[in-house]
Design a protein around this ligand. Sequence first.
Ligand code: HEM
Length: 305
Amino acid sequence: MTAPHPTSSSGRALPVAFIWRRVHSLMGLWLVIFLCEHLFVNAQAALWLGDDGKGFVNLVNLLQAIPALQVVEIVLIGTPILVHTIWGIQRVYEAKTNTWRSDGSKPSLPGYAHNQAFTWQRITSWILILGIFVHVLQMRFIDYPKKAFLNNQELAMVRISSDEGLHSLAARLNVSLFSAVQIADLQKETALFSDEKSAWFRQLTSFSLKHDQLVAVAPDRGTAMLLTVRDTFKSPVMEIFYSLFLLAALFHAFNGFWTFLLTWGLILSIASQKAFQKLGLFGMVVLSILGLSAIWITFWINLRH
Ligand code: HEM
């Protein structure tokens, strides 16, 4: 027996495409909330100059303490992104954009802001797919801190590149730095290591290091992630890549928030549509400032030394 279709108030079955459209929309709203939280946390690495990113470290440690974090990440972040993306790709292919030049065989109305927004919602979808893939691969897998225990304390290890200001910052953050040469020197003493220190050392040697790279052993994941963020934004290529990704995400999120309100019939009058357009623009500007601060200020201004 097949499950009955959900029904509308008129008693007729709701089309599957309608339900998907609503799920896509709700997931979009959820992702906007998540994006705001994410950018607020990241901005703490850069703002409050001179506090060595304490706000970022504390907030990341708070999030890392969530029980069954991996399940929470899959349910609350991974699944909504996946569902929104799968249905979104279908919508992108179905879309008939009308802001391109035309030989007359198709409508071309580039002068209308809403037509442009419709097209850009789709262009930014592709940027987001690429950006989210690279970002998750880097931050959640390649550069994710490795756990290790020493003297009954949990530590977090990450690979970063060396620079002039790193050593003084590491001393303030209570972080130990190990070069390939220092690790090779420690190798000679392994016979004297306790079981716990041997496990810690195995973790230390699991990183493959280039000549300018170090392993940072931090007292907690928040500090380790702060060093990863600082390391990432040392590179102008990464700064430009993340800036474009950020601006695309914010346009998509805030234009999307406005279309979400339309989709659910929450802004029916012209006055309310205009008011929420202004609010969306304001949100976009505020979050751009937060996001661009994390990208451009973390290394170059706040944590250089
Ligand atoms: C940071 C991640 C993302 C956020 C915050 C986000 C947010 C949103 C929001 C709020 C909407 C409006 C929903 C509505 O009109 O009811 C939307 C629409 C849309 N999203 Fe996303 N989205 C994200 C990622 C993606 C990705 C990766 C794709 C890939 C295909 C995508 C494709 C779309 C499409 C095509 C629409 C337009 C749907 C329509 O107008 O019918 N989104 N998004």
